[in-house]
Design a protein around this ligand. Structure first.
Ligand code: ADP
Ligand code: MG
Length: 682
């Protein structure tokens, strides 16, 4: 069996399984070896249902007295149900669309069932429990189980067996890195690391395996960026851009004065666009620090100098909001500068009209989503391109936007904190500006963590804020009710909330499954204060600005990463009124409250992300990614910060001695095969 053999060369992987694995992006033996566990599990000791372990994942040993039954639910799902008796305590068990399990439960026999215990209508219940023979369970208790990403029809056990077969039958290279690096860092060999990462004997081993694999990923990633980077050249700045008095007049007419940091960043940009070479600048500023106005001022100077300036935002809602803000600002400034908008959901006729506007105006402002780059658009006179919320885009997308012009200046804006080393690699030759200070009129957001028992108090608080003329966000994890996940969903929640308040408020509903035009409408209604409450999934997370909203209430807050909660919290506290963040903790696990309490300690996104990681146990830690924007297979830029640093130094040293890898042909070819295997979203 070779690394590049198709997966159906594995015994037991037939046509059906092949299709399912393909769905998950697994085509070759190498793919399946790199299809790493999502998380790990150690099965708990068998316990007895009691009020203390309700809502926890537990295992029970229960006797099946009568044959399981099958029926069809109202939502046309096949439900298999049985009752297991732990002593004389009945526990109801249900499985969805799994009728084949019926024959594996023999009346009279005792099995172990693993799943989340709930207590409903005076009975214990477990949905979708895993089933084990009792002896088999004891055997498994001594092992760490890898848990893989699955798709409907594919069981964890099948993936596990396929991985095992691939590991046993495929010869793997022992050394992939230059000898001096393998030796110096005292790593497990590549094949040991792969084996261990799938089937660790203990967590210490797992940490070692991870160290090697994470290091390796970052090593190749950095090596590749460095090799690419050397090819880049500086382009002379052909644009004749100057600073205009109209820009100053507009700035002075604003209701607020720029903060010192905003002022400094604006000056940085001004010297960039008037400099000898075309520049690239990263503007890092936490949520609410006021990046948009700085971008606008720069774009204004560019337009007043006779050029086009474009800004690309990751969502339609945000693009629309920028567009409307810009139109208003241009009008307030008494200027006659056209503003164009391009989003995917616009009608063809609207897009055509906008394209005409751009074609006819050598100087204008252009706002849009991916639609700016994806629909064969041409901007003939582009001197500045900005990507907002850069971490949501790829480097390729940024470059694609700038390729619409002839080497325009580039600004990228981001609120996601990234370690310095990585910033240097990613934004290599970029200049960096930071907006650290928040506008002076801001009061720190007050945050609290509450339990279900406080719900009424929370709703009273919500209506008090609305009575003061303010608005409220409420975030739920799900779009609609789910058979397998117990969490609030926007669809039912908004109805319940409307009943609770007796229809007193108008409530908007927003989620990712809605059509873009509908989403825009809902967001617009909220921004224009037509609705008082917005019940939404996390789609509001990115960049949206409604300064009049003062409450951010997050349901099932324990289900979110703290970095995400921090972003959500940043949607309020954007005006001069006191704002609040209410985190509803639906978990009975003490560690969850401890984790959420970190949100009370700091308003610094980087600190929060790090503390979050420190608190998670090893089993958990391997499952979470804090930084969704880098799709490394193993590495996480926060968790593996040390390996990142090491890899960065090792690459530097290597390239000092052998700048184009002429003396390392083997490393070259490993790098190439590595690159074809990775899909970075940068
Ligand atoms: P972000 O940096 O998260 O993109 P925005 O640019 O959306 O933040 O700004 C958030 C809010 O702060 C906006 O309503 C904006 O008008 C306002 N704002 C920006 N700068 C200042 C300032 N210097 N003083 C007061 N308010 C400001
Ligand atoms: Mg923003």
């Amino acid at each position: 069996m070779e690394l590049l053999s198709p997966i159906d060369t594995i015994k037991g992987v037939g046509e059906k399984t092949t299709k399912l694995l393909n769905k998950l992006g697994v085509y070759t033996i190498e793919d399946i070896l790199l299809f790493f566990p999502r998380t790990y599990l150690i099965y708990p000791e068998v316990s007895t249902p009691n009020p203390d372990n309700v809502n926890s994942l537990i295992s029970i040993a229960g006797r099946i007295k009568t044959s399981p039954k099958v029926f069809r639910s109202k939502s046309r799902i096949d439900v298999l149900s049985a009752t297991a008796f732990v002593g004389d305590i009945p526990v109801d068990l249900v499985w969805f669309n799994s009728n084949y399990l019926k024959s594996s439960l023999e009346p009279g026999k005792v099995y172990v069932f693993y799943g989340k215990l709930v207590f409903d209508k005076n009975r214990y219940k477990i949905s979708q429990p895993l089933i084990f023979e009792t002896e088999k369970y004891e055997e498994l208790r001594n092992q760490i189980q890898p848990i893989y990403h699955l798709t409907k029809g594919l069981s964890n056990n099948l993936v596990l067996k396929s991985v095992k077969a691939a590991l046993d039958n495929c010869k793997l290279p022992e050394k992939r890195l230059p000898d001096e690096i393998e030796d110096k860092n005292n790593f497990l060999t590549y094949s040991q690391a792969l084996k261990t990462y799938h089937f660790p004997e203990n967590f210490d081993e797992l940490v070692k395996a991870r160290k090697r694999l994470a290091y390796e990923e970052m090593f190749f990633f950095i090596l590749n960026s460095r090799l690419q980077e050397d090819k880049s050249v500086s382009y002379p700045n052909k644009f004749r851009i100057s600073h205009h008095s109209q820009t100053d007049d507009f700035r002075n007419s604003l209701q607020f004065a720029l903060t010192r940091d905003q002022d400094k960043v604006f000056n940085d940009i001004l010297s960039d666009i008037q400099g000898e070479y075309v520049t690239q600048r990263l503007i890092q500023g936490d949520v609410g620090s006021g990046k948009t106005i700085v971008a606008f001022l720069a774009m204004l100077d560019v337009a007043l100098s006779g050029y086009q300036a474009a800004i690309m935002a990751p969502t339609e809602v945000l693009a629309k909001q920028h567009y409307e803000g810009f139109v208003k600002w241009v009008e307030n400034a008494g200027l006659n500068i056209p503003v164009a908008l391009f989003t995917g959901s616009m009608k063809a006729s609207e897009k055509k009209a906008m394209a005409k506007l751009v074609a006819e105006n050598d100087s204008c402002l252009i706002v849009g989503t991916h639609a700016l780059i994806s629909e064969g658009r041409e901007f003939g006179n582009l001197a500045l391109v900005i990507t907002d919320e850069q971490h949501r885009f790829g480097v390729q997308q940024r470059d694609k936007l700038s390729s619409k012009g002839e080497h325009p200046h580039i600004i990228v804006m981001s609120a996601t904190p990234i370690p310095r080393t990585l910033a240097m690699i990613l934004y290599g030759n970029m200049h960096v500006s930071a907006i650290k200070e928040l506008p002076a009129n801001r009061l720190p957001i007050k945050t609290c963590v509450i339990k279900e028992s406080m719900r009424k108090t929370a709703y009273k608080f919500v209506s008090d804020e609305i009575a003061k003329g303010h608005q409220v966000y409420i975030i739920c994890p799900l779009v609609e009710a789910s058979e397998t996940t117990e969490a609030q969903n926007v669809t039912d929640y908004s109805k319940k909330l409307n009943e609770y308040f007796d229809g007193a408020y108008s409530i908007g509903v927003l989620h990712g499954k809605m059509k873009p035009a509908d989403k825009n409408q809902v967001m617009e209604d909220f921004a224009n204060h037509k609705t008082q409450i917005l019940v939404s999934t996390t789609v509001v997370e990115v960049g949206v600005n409604v300064p009049n909203a003062t409450v951010m209430m997050i349901e099932n807050a324990n289900r979110f990463g703290l970095a995400a909660l921090h972003q959500l919290r940043g949607r309020v506290g954007r005006g001069s009124a006191q704002s609040y963040c209410i985190l509803m903790n639906s978990s009975s696990d003490n560690r969850e409250s401890e984790r959420l309490n970190i949100m009370l300690k700091s308003n610094d996104g980087f600190f929060i992300a790090r503390e979050d990681l420190k608190l998670r146990g090893p089993g958990d830690m391997f499952g979470v990614r804090q930084s969704g924007e880098f799709s490394f297979k193993v590495a996480d830029i926060y968790q593996d910060a040390d390996e990142l640093e090491m890899a960065s130094q090792d690459v530097e040293e290597l390239l000092k001695k052998d700048p184009s890898l002429d003396n390392h042909p083997k490393l070259r070819s490993t790098l190439n095969s590595f690159l074809t295997n990775q899909f970075y979203v940068l």
